[in-house]
Ligand binder design. Structure first.
Ligand code: SF4
Ligand code: SF4
Length: 112
């Protein structure tokens, strides 16, 4: 069974907690990441009201092992556990693909 992470960008607030949780859980070398938050934007959505939006897109790297030790112990991956916005979900690809399709363009899968 192949597992992965599902990201729902509608809920991601760009808080960086997933990066920190991963770094606390794993021995990630300085200057590298297990999961890296990317910021896209800002895009101006209203010049009159001076409104801008940012899109946040977390992405796992080759250093991510999907928290194999935590999962084996019955826990969620550290990044998923600590994401207060509930923007990350761990599980088998077969389930995550169905959820991603239901969410539409706002969601994507990550498989390290
Ligand atoms: S995925 Fe969750 S923890 Fe990571 S930046 Fe987005 S809201 Fe924060
Ligand atoms: S699943 Fe574990 S190793 Fe992978 S990014 Fe999340 S915290 Fe880091």
């Amino acid at each position: 069974m192949i597992n992965g992470l599902l990201v729902d960008t509608q809920y991601c607030t760009g808080c960086y907690t997933c990066e920190i949780a991963c770094r606390n859980e794993k021995e990630i070398p300085a200057g590298q990441w297990g999961i890296k938050l990317n910021q896209v934007g800002p895009f101006c959505v209203s010049e009159e009201e001076d409104k801008f939006i940012w899109n946040y897109t977390p992405m796992v790297t080759e250093l991510c092992d999907l928290c194999a030790d935590r999962v084996a112990a019955g826990q969620k991956p550290a990044c998923v556990h600590h994401c207060l916005a509930d923007a990350l979900e761990y599980g088998p690809l077969s389930e995550l693909v169905a959820k991603m399709e239901a969410k539409g363009e706002r969601a994507y899968l990550m498989i390290p």
